[in-house]
Design a protein. Structure first.
Length: 142
């Protein structure tokens, strides 16, 4: 979902105009950005937390030349999802249980008829004949 789709969805659910929804979303995002840029945390209970994360300077390597380089320190925004948000996503992506196979009286009777109609003796005879045909002759002792 992109920003335009989000605006359409929210305006439909709230009954507000798209212009009002755009203004509200822009104000929300600007407030979150300004607060996190100022070094503070934005906590939306049930949804998650936006906060600045400081990364210290460290040594690294140029992947093309293998030369050691110094990577500067940085402060980056991070998002940590809240418990309710995580639970909802996990629940939405759980595999659905397969429906149990139900057999009716008709299918049970049909199955019993077909298995009872085949004589077992013929299949046993065929198996024995096949085994004899493929068996290797035993070597004779001299």
């Amino acid at each position: 979902m992109n920003k335009a789709e989000l605006i359409n969805s929210i305006s439909e659910k709230t009954g507000h105009t798209q212009v009002d929804t755009i203004n509200t979303i822009d104000a929300l995002l600007e407030t979150i950005e300004a607060t996190v840029a100022g070094g503070d945390k934005v906590q939306l209970v049930g949804f998650g937390n936006f906060e600045p994360h400081h990364r210290a300077a460290r040594a690294g390597r140029n992947p093309q030349t293998g030369e050691p380089i110094e990577i500067a320190e940085a402060t980056l925004p991070t998002f940590t999802p809240g418990k309710l948000f995580k639970d909802r996503v996990v629940e939405a992506h759980k595999p659905k249980p397969k429906p149990k196979a139900t057999t009716t009286a008709k299918t049970k009777a049909k199955t019993e008829e077909t298995t009872a109609a085949k004589p077992k003796a013929k299949t046993e005879e065929a198996t024995a004949a096949k085994a004899k045909a493929t068996a290797k002759p035993k070597p004779k002792k001299v």
